[in-house]
Ligand binder design. Structure first.
Ligand code: SAM
Length: 286
């Protein structure tokens, strides 16, 4: 078992690696950061990321003060467990690592979908273990909100690295975490704050839609609502930035704002042929 650090400060000093996303998540922005960097505000107060997902932008920026939200309670539970109970979480992850096999994977999948009696750390450990061992690292739920991804075929999946968990925990110490829909950012964002939105994207075509990150989906009326919130935050004096697919609907929705083209390649797609470059946009309010 790893030695317990006494404080957030100890966590920072014991970490030898940089914090970075600890889950594989559809839409992850890690490979786009070099293209994003020139468009970020130079100076801002609080950082908000209302669709945090894997948090690639947050972990690259490492803001001293932040609020991360997402509608997926399992996801936020993972962030919270790493922030508040990294050692207990790693003890659980180590057990999963030692038991990893097909039977264990499917037992854990059933358990995560019926987690009665499990504490928050055990639920987070299940989520992280399944994410690291599932097919393509794809988080997907069926219409009943059950995680339903089959096991992947990794020979020795890298389930966790203690230095990395400590680095993430240290970064999260001054970060608020909350399960909430994106519009709640209006309750807290103030002039001079930076809000980055990375919503489920408007589909490029009717069939390429990947909007079922969680039950409920994210339809065009939600995209319109998001555009109104973008506008309101900007009028309030926040720096607002948003990613989306480069489609006529998105360009129309944000007409009048600064729209920057980005070349992305989608990592999570079961068909290799569909992983080529895809146009995305960054919309900026300033
Ligand atoms: C594109 S992903 C975010 C990717 C992330 N920024 C990254 O780099 O990995 C979209 C996220 O939005 C979340 N989401 C979907 N509907 C939402 C809503 N109404 N409010 C907040 N989050 C939502 C999903 O759970 C998912 O994690």
């Amino acid at each position: 078992m790893a030695k317990a650090p006494d404080s957030a400060h100890d966590l920072l000093s014991t970490s030898t690696v940089a914090p970075s996303p600890f889950l594989k998540w559809a839409g992850g922005k890690a490979r786009l950061m070099a293209q994003f960097q020139p468009w970020m505000p130079e100076d801002f107060n609080h950082y908000f990321e209302p669709f945090v997902g894997g948090g690639a932008v947050y972990f690259t920026m490492r803001p001293p003060e932040a609020t991360l939200t997402d509608v997926n309670p399992r996801l936020i539970e993972c962030y919270t467990a790493i922030r508040d109970e990294p050692i207990a979480l790693m003890d659980e992850l180590a057990k999963h690592r030692s038991r990893h096999c097909k039977d264990h994977y499917y037992r854990c999948r059933t358990r995560m979908n019926a987690p009665r009696g499990l504490n928050a750390v055990s639920r987070a450990a299940l989520m992280i273990y399944l994410n690291k061992t599932c097919f393509n690292g794809l988080y997907r739920e069926n219409s009943r909100g059950e995680f339903n991804v089959p096991m992947g075929s990794y020979k020795s999946p890298n389930i966790f690295n203690p230095d990395h968990i400590f680095a993430v925990s240290a970064q999260l110490q001054s970060t608020n975490l909350r399960v909430a829909s994106f519009e709640h950012v209006l309750e807290s964002a103030e002039p001079g704050d930076f809000v980055y939105f990375d919503p489920p994207y408007v589909p490029l075509t009717e069939t390429s839609s990947f909007t079922n990150y969680s039950k409920g989906g994210f339809d065009m009326s939600m995209q319109h609502k998001l555009a109104r919130i973008f506008d309101e935050l900007s009028r309030r004096g926040c720096y607002v930035m948003l990613s989306n697919s480069d489609t006529p609907a998105v360009r129309e929705l944000f007409e009048g704002w600064r729209i920057i083209g980005i070349q992305a390649s989608r990592a999570i797609n079961s068909r290799a042929s569909a992983r080529g470059p895809v146009g995305e946009v960054l919309v900026r309010s300033w």
